[in-house]
Design a protein around this ligand. Structure first.
Ligand code: SF4
Ligand code: SF4
Length: 340
């Protein structure tokens, strides 16, 4: 929204306002849990982490849970799993993860295929992102259409100015939502906007990693049989953590749990890095080794998704780099595959 008015609100007032929303919304905020940062239900202002780097597990699990029951069955009868009507307020997510939602929206909410489970939750959600002040050395969002104050996928973007928060509505939904706390907020002053701009300039400078993705689809079109794939995968253990933590990876498996002619159909996250992912019932596996599986992960994000959705399915969050147990680095893989 080009002419949206910027507002300023004291941090403590914003926290009090969040407290009033708990009846109407499932308010999810970044919190510390068992040593990791992840989104959980808002209980008190002390729970909220403002200066966190990013969550370990991406917030995709809110709309696309790791395991979910699609329906139960008994003989021929099918009982749909009704997803409860619940407004989600996702507060304080990083802009790269909000951008990832806009990519998943294209996948799960496209013209050819619409995923009712994802869409039901997504349509009931308001996304309030928090601009980054501490990008990590593994972040490369600026190479893949992002930046520390990227607005894509957010209804509102917030800027942490220490005691106060600058509020910028991005969508009409965000504008309407911002009106609901107008009695606590004021119009932002020039000095607030200047402070925000300075902080964002600093943040932008801290994103030092760059990856060249120019013409990446075309370059990869010619590289399916290239020799470098024989090298790139060699350290990979096939643990799949890179895909589980990724905010844009979306592959899943369906399994039935059956007992005495009653059962449940479940969908669970899957990973192209697992050998069973493409194993056929015949025993044939078209991706028999780590080489084909690593190639698939890169091709899917940087070649097939640009072909199908006109988008690279990577937002440069760096999770797959930070948590790979053998330090495989997607930036290095891309450098080898497409040049620097
Ligand atoms: S996290 Fe690393 S070791 Fe595990 S599957 Fe991914 S690239 Fe391979
Ligand atoms: S591929 Fe890696 S850097 Fe890119 S979005 Fe997924 S986890 Fe983040």
């Amino acid at each position: 929204m080009k002419n949206a008015k910027l507002k300023i609100i004291k941090k403590k007032d914003l926290i009090s306002f969040l407290g009033t929303l708990k009846k109407k919304y499932n308010v999810l905020v970044p919190t510390q849990k068992n040593g990791d940062v992840r989104f959980s239900e808002f209980n008190s202002g002390e729970d909220i982490l403002w200066d966190y780097r990013n969550t370990k597990i991406s917030p995709k699990e809110i709309f696309f849970p790791q395991t979910e029951m699609l329906y139960e069955f008994s003989g021929q009868e099918i009982m749909e799993n009704e997803i409860p009507s619940r407004n989600y307020l996702i507060f304080g997510i990083r802009p790269c993860d909000a951008q990832a939602f806009s990519l998943l929206d294209k996948l799960f909410g496209g013209d050819d295929f619409r995923d009712p489970c994802y869409l039901r939750r997504r349509e009931q959600a308001t996304i309030i992102s928090l601009a980054c002040r501490r990008p990590q050395i593994t972040c490369f969002c600026t190479s893949v259409k992002g930046k520390p104050d990227n607005e894509e996928g957010s209804d509102i973007i917030l800027f942490d100015l220490d005691e106060s928060i600058l509020v910028k509505p991005v969508t009409e939904k965000g504008e309407k939502f911002a009106e609901s706390f107008s009695k606590w907020s004021k119009e932002a002053k020039e000095a607030d906007i200047e402070k925000k701009n300075k902080l964002m300039d600093l943040s932008l400078k801290k994103v030092r990693s760059q990856v060249n993705v120019q013409n990446i689809k075309e370059k990869l079109d010619k590289s399916f049989d290239a020799d470098f794939w024989n090298e790139l995968h060699q350290k990979c253990l096939g643990c799949g953590i890179c895909t589980y933590l990724c905010p844009t990876c979306h592959c899943f498996d369906m399994t039935d749990e059956v007992r005495n002619a009653r059962g449940k159909r479940l969908r669970c996250w899957d990973s192209c890095m697992f050998p069973l992912f493409t194993l056929h019932a015949s025993g044939h596996n078209p991706r028999p080794s780590y080489k084909e599986r690593m190639r698939q992960r890169i091709m899917h994000k940087f070649n097939y998704c640009p072909e199908n959705f006109k988008e690279i399915f990577c937002v440069g969050c760096g999770r797959c780099i930070r948590d790979c147990p053998v330090n495989l680095d997607i930036r290095e893989i891309l450098k080898t595959a497409v040049g620097s």
